[in-house]
Design a protein around this ligand. Structure first.
Ligand SMILES: NC(=O)c1ccc[n+]([C@@H]2O[C@H](COP(=O)([O-])OP(=O)(O)OC[C@H]3O[C@@H](n4cnc5c(N)ncnc54)[C@H](O)[C@@H]3O)[C@@H](O)[C@H]2O)c1
Ligand SMILES: [Zn+2]
Length: 372
């Protein structure tokens, strides 16, 4: 199966294609060559991905006549840090690069976000290409140009909007991805249905389990649908003045949980989003915005897939409501001291809620903690 699907992201001189398919890494050399300015690229990857796919991508580029340098960083969320940013930019600058060099991010969201931010910053901006290797990065983080790193004050607090020149999503690389990572990525897939596409959510209710079991046909379809929805949203609102905020469904809660668990393996980003989405639906119900059956339908689907939906699903953490509320107040989505939430009037009917009383958020978190 070598038929690829293309999605164009039309952003003027920052427009680019997302290409989705199987056996795409073999063709990556020619595809990448057609968008770069010189024949020099630097592949940035991590210690888990390098032994699996680095040589395949390198050979494909070399066969296409491209010169390849490689940088391998430690895997894990901790790599999205200021110290690793410095380490990465030092390594790149030590290669005496000029503005025509392109970075290729081969990896998950951690490598994509960090490499994209390095590309945005080095020499005030060099080209970069996303070759996402996790489900989460194929359906979400590789598209849309949000790049950045975490700080002790919270997630992604330093970063830039900086679009890639090309995104290559080869679903074959998902074969080696641990099941827990597939499920974490799935939370972001389901998010698109819950934001604006009830039919897609119904489709996921039918085929989500097969998709998570690695069925390529369903994986390709889900990556395509997710990227299509994300591309449509970012085309209308590239820098999140309004509409793009919908993509943060579950993220105000989720980021607070991640900050509390120290961005560790105790809770993956997608797992925090699964719980966060359920809490956003709980808050929507508390405020009389959506029905109990919509809350239950959402939770039931995530449970069926095998994702956490309650704070109690994360063992060995003593949750504290005040601490979680404080984390939310320092989230970058705060405006004039107000925390914004994405709430739902139903499945596929999310909207931006700007004037939420934190007392109601307090109630939702207390309820979630008391279920422990
Ligand atoms: N920029 C955005 O718009 C955006 C959107 C969503 C999430 N994110 C960010 O993405 C990050 C999470 O991304 P992630 O879930 O991809 O995590 P990740 O990059 O840490 O990858 C997860 C794990 O899978 C390993 N891995 C990657 N590809 C593999 C493969 N094909 N086979 C085997 N192992 C593989 C990695 O080494 C890592 O251990 C978070 O930092 C989050 O904030 C960014
Ligand atoms: Zn996310």
């Amino acid at each position: 199966m070598t038929k690829f699907k293309y999605i164009n992201v039309p952003l003027g001189d920052r427009s680019y294609d997302i290409i989705i398919g199987s056996q795409l890494l073999n063709k990556a050399g020619d595809l990448i060559k057609s968008v770069i300015r010189s024949k020099n690229v630097i592949i940035v990857t991590d210690t888990n991905v390098a032994p699996l796919y680095l040589s395949k991508l390198t050979s494909s580029l070399q066969i296409a006549g491209v010169d390849v340098e490689k940088i391998i960083l430690p895997s894990g969320e901790q790599t999205k840090s200021i110290s690793h940013f410095e380490n990465l930019t030092d390594k790149i600058l030590a290669m005496k690069v000029d503005r025509t060099v392109a970075l290729i991010a081969l990896g998950g969201g951690v490598i994509g976000d960090l490499t994209g931010f390095a590309a945005a910053s080095i020499l005030r901006g060099i080209d970069f290409i996303q070759v996402p290797t996790t489900l989460l990065s194929q359906v979400d983080s590789s598209v849309g140009g949000k790049t950045g790193i975490n700080t002790r004050y919270g997630k992604n607090l330093i970063g830039a909007f900086y679009q890639p020149r090309l995104v290559l999503a080869d679903v074959d690389v998902l074969d080696s991805l641990p099941k827990r990572e597939i499920l974490a990525g799935y939370a972001e897939v389901a998010k698109y249905g819950l934001i604006s596409d009830k039919n897609f959510f119904s489709w996921l209710e039918k085929f989500g389990q097969k998709l998570c079991a690695g069925n390529k046909e369903y994986l390709r379809a889900a990556v395509f649908m997710s990227c299509k929805t994300k591309a449509e949203i970012i085309t209308k609102d590239e820098t999140e003045q309004n509409l793009r905020a919908l993509l943060n469904l579950g993220h105000t809660f989720g980021h607070a949980l991640e900050t509390e668990t120290g961005y560790s393996g105790k809770l993956l980003h997608g797992e925090s989003i699964s719980i966060g989405i359920c809490l956003a639906f709980d808050l929507s119900f508390l405020l009389g915005l959506c029905s109990k059956s919509d809350v239950e339908r959402t939770r039931k689907h995530f449970v069926l897939i095998g994702l956490p939906t309650n704070l109690s699903d994360i063992v060995n953490i003593k949750w504290n409501t005040i601490k979680l509320l404080n984390h939310m107040q320092s989230d970058k989505k705060t405006e004039n001291g107000k925390v914004n939430f994405i709430l739902a009037k139903g499945i596929g009917e999310s909207f931006i809620a700007r004037n939420i009383n934190m007392k109601d958020v307090h109630i939702v978190i207390e309820q979630a903690i008391q279920q422990l």
